[in-house]
Design a protein. Structure first.
Length: 115
């Protein structure tokens, strides 16, 4: 199982980024997938989850209406579109394969929101 995130970077408040997570080594379309984030000095928190077929999505209250999780099962990739970014969104973002709980993690991609 391999999960590789990309798309992080430095962005100003109010800006946008799209994160990608390329999956390999397992039957991607059979698993729910999630994005988590961890800010300095804080615990890792769940940001968003998408069902295996993509029809069901859930979000943390802090990102609802600003972030969108999606997936392309033909490309074995899950995305996180982040709009209206805030300083508090600064964190390392991780994708995770879910089987009741996270079973595998990517290495993370840094998102820094700063003016």
């Amino acid at each position: 199982v391999q999960l590789v995130e990309s798309g992080g970077g430095l962005v100003q408040p109010g800006g946008s980024l799209r994160l990608s997570c390329a999956a390999s080594g397992f039957a991607f379309s059979r698993y729910n997938m999630s994005w988590y984030r961890q800010a300095p000095g804080k615990e890792r928190e769940l940001v968003a989850t998408i069902s295996s077929g993509g029809g069901v999505t859930t979000y943390a209250d802090s990102v609802k209406g600003r972030f969108t999780i999606s997936r392309d099962n033909a490309k074995n990739t899950v995305y996180l579109q982040m709009n209206s970014l805030e300083l508090e969104d600064t964190a390392v973002y991780y994708c995770a394969r879910i089987w009741r709980t996270p079973t595998h993690w990517g290495q993370g991609t840094q998102v820094t929101v700063s003016s």
